[in-house]
Design a protein around this ligand. Structure first.
Ligand code: SF4
Length: 681
């Protein structure tokens, strides 16, 4: 039994981007309890099991709290001075020999806004490269790009409070009851109180099971389905004609584009009944307001960005945008994944999403050095360049590249070619274990100050709950030490979080009003342009009021060569379950792990019978890219011919199965459609 807490500190949950605020109780220098902040803006007195019970990783026995260097193939402890000198010497040597673009930097969804800002500034000012990215690349970069292109801001249009205002939800490729549990519970409550629910998901998730209409589409056919929904809007005159006339261009061309996309045609591709498509379109269009929420089931595809664009088309056609309770809302997976990208950990844009081409002078005025003019490599491009021998060094902050990337064998081959891999994390993660040269021990979010940005654009204060463990430092301190060792101490002299944030506010006009003094409780939602601005709960209200117009985007489904066939007769998608978080670095070191100790493969009872497989049996799953052994779960939540596997267990290494296909616009890997076969292990 834990001792009673002697002190409580308010901070933000370290897991998903619902951004639940919690109070963390400490006794004898250890976390002993967590309770929800009763006035937490998104969580309103609730936490899911991860937020409440999964803090134990902070003091896990294998936490690394002193720097390490790999010598003669073995990790050895080192002092900070030696480790920083080693990392700096390696970077200096590689930049001198091959140029700054031979180095890549990866920021982190686990790091604060301030730390991510410093990480991209380090890449651009100290190294002189735009090769900087973050894990948004493997999840919601397609959402940010689609929303940015079509609506001018690459972020969720509405707020979690709008769940209570919505009369209908269109949930596409998301499983919020497991992956965003507090938001998922709010949606379920609202449905129980009368809101209508449409779920587009190949699996019968718990949310799909209570939906008015569940469209269990064939994986990878989202665009065809969304086109058919748009077809019905025109065919049955379910459009918001006034909204279209006042605010939307391209309507006629779009009507011609979706005219051939009858529900019957889409049904043949998507495997859902035409009448269900019609019913979904009617529900969504007639409910006022109706809210779209989407997840990685829409974005992690070869048409990830275009899929989100097709969803935005539906919102524009029905006028369900720029109003409370409506909009298009990506459910961001990691607490600060939006913040990491917005701070500039993105190869083609600077802090606040500023375009390189437009903003270099403005940044040079603050930094004293202009960022490089040419967009850099994204995460996938960095790995491609490493494989080709052009990228020589990677500096990875709070992210396990090897465990996270699709097509794991190819990712491993790329990492193996690097001359220098610097890993900055709490643990020797899979990337560090296999390929690291320098390990720099960082602290958890409970050991530092700063801000996170949640899925609803809310910037919230992260507060130090505990003293840093051992010799571990926060990411900002490490970046500043490394910058100083490389001769840039003067422009990296401010590791204090508030001072760094004030520099961000100077460069990002939409955050200018977000001073620490105003973020003490509940945070504020950007845009927030000055000290009198209350923040923005619903995007695009003013924009449309001032005459802005959006343009519909006609999208054609692309032919996809990843299909089930005689050799690989099943289509596999991967995802998460309630008790674990991503690749398990944190939850795998907490009591949550015991609730579901390893990854599993879900298969329909019909298929299991055909193959002579039983529940719990170990099975070997093989794709064209690799194989993995998983225990089988026989369940009718997946349809015959389709499989679902979780990816939390680095030992199972489910990403050995996924392949090289990527979103054609953002390079986001396709984790959702992989042809596989299954046999007893
Ligand atoms: Fe944390 Fe997300 Fe759970 Fe809230 S819903 S407690 S933010 S994991």
């Amino acid at each position: 039994r834990e001792p009673a807490a002697t002190a409580w500190t308010r901070t933000v949950c370290p897991y998903c981007a619902v951004g639940c605020e919690l109070e963390v109780g400490v006794a004898d220098g250890r976390i002993v309890a967590a309770r929800p902040a009763l006035d937490g803006p998104a969580n309103q007195g609730h936490l899911c099991a991860k937020g409440r019970y999964a803090q134990g990783y902070v003091d896990a026995p294998d936490r690394v709290t002193a720097p390490r260097l790999r010598r003669n193939g073995r990790w050895e402890s080192a002092g900070w001075e030696e480790a920083i000198a080693c990392a700096a010497d390696g970077l200096r040597r590689i930049v001198a020999a091959h140029g700054p673009d031979a180095v890549g930097v990866l920021g982190s969804a686990r790091a604060t806004n301030e730390e991510n800002y410093l990480a991209q500034k380090f890449a651009r000012v100290v190294l002189g490269t735009n090769n900087v990215d973050c894990c948004a690349r493997v999840c919601h970069t397609p959402s940010a790009v689609a929303l940015g292109r079509m609506l001018g801001a690459g972020a969720a249009t509405n707020s979690f409070d709008d769940i209570e205002r919505a009369a209908c939800f269109l949930v596409v490729g998301a499983n919020p009851l497991e992956n965003h549990p507090v938001a998922g519970a709010r949606i379920r409550q609202r449905v129980r109180r009368g809101a209508r629910l449409i779920v587009v998901d190949p699996r019968r998730t718990a949310l799909a099971a209570i939906a008015d209409v569940h469209l269990p589409l064939r994986p990878g056919t989202d665009v065809a389905l969304l086109n058919a929904l748009a077809h019905v809007l025109f065919a049955e005159d379910l459009l918001d004609r006034d909204f279209l006339a006042a605010r939307v261009d391209g309507v006629e061309a779009f009507a011609a584009h979706v005219a051939p996309w009858t529900p019957e045609r889409a049904a043949g591709l998507c495997g859902v009944p035409p009448e269900a498509i019609r019913a979904a379109a009617r529900l969504y269009a007639r409910a006022r307001p109706a809210m779209c929420l989407h997840g990685l089931g829409l974005t992690e595809h070869v048409q990830g960005t275009e899929g989100v664009m097709a969803l935005i088309d539906l919102a524009l056609l029905t006028g369900q945008i720029g109003r409370p309770g409506a909009g298009v809302n990506p459910l961001r997976g990691q607490n600060n994944v939006q913040g990491a990208a917005l701070m500039g950990c993105e190869p083609g844009s600077l802090t606040g999403g500023a375009r390189l081409a437009d903003a270099r002078d403005r940044f040079a005025a603050v930094w004293g050095v202009a960022p490089p003019a040419t967009p850099g490599l994204n995460l996938l491009g960095m790995l491609d360049a490493a494989r080709a021998g052009r990228l020589k060094a990677l500096y990875v902050i709070g992210y396990d590249v090897l465990a996270s990337l699709a097509d794991a064998r190819v990712a491993a081959a790329a990492l193996a070619r690097l001359e220098l891999v610097i890993v900055q994390d709490l643990f020797l993660n899979e990337t560090a274990r296999a390929f690291g040269h320098v390990f720099l021990p960082a602290v958890s979010s409970f050991e530092k100050d700063g801000t996170f940005t949640s899925s609803e654009r809310r910037v919230q204060r992260v507060r130090r709950v505990l003293a840093p463990r051992g010799a571990a430092l926060d990411d900002a301190q490490i970046l500043c030490r490394l910058a100083a060792a490389l001769g840039h101490g003067a422009s990296f002299a401010q590791p204090q979080a508030e001072a760094v944030w004030d520099e961000v506010r100077r460069l990002w006009p939409a955050a200018a009003g977000l001073s620490y003094a105003r973020l003490q409780t509940r945070g504020l939602q950007w845009p927030c342009v000055d000290a009198g601005d209350p923040g923005t709960a619903v995007l695009h209200v003013e924009r449309f009021a001032h005459g802005a117009r959006a343009v519909l985007a006609p999208i054609d489904p692309r032919a996809d060569d990843e299909r089930a066939d005689a050799d690989y007769p099943f289509l596999l998608g991967t995802g998460r379950h309630l008790h674990a978080f991503n690749v398990g670095t944190m939850t795998g070191r907490t009591p949550q792990q015991a609730l579901r100790p390893t990854d599993t493969l879900d298969m329909h009872p019909y298929d299991a019978r055909q193959l002579g497989l039983g529940d719990g049996m170990p099975v070997r799953v093989e794709s064209r890219h690799g194989d993995a052994v998983l225990p089988l779960r026989v369940t009718d939540a997946v349809a015959p011919g389709r499989l679902f596997a979780t990816f939390h267990d680095p030992v199972r290494a489910v990403n050995r199965l996924t392949g090289p296909r990527r979103d054609t616009i953002t390079d986001t890997p396709d984790y959702k459609v992989t042809a596989v076969r299954v046999r007893p292990a």
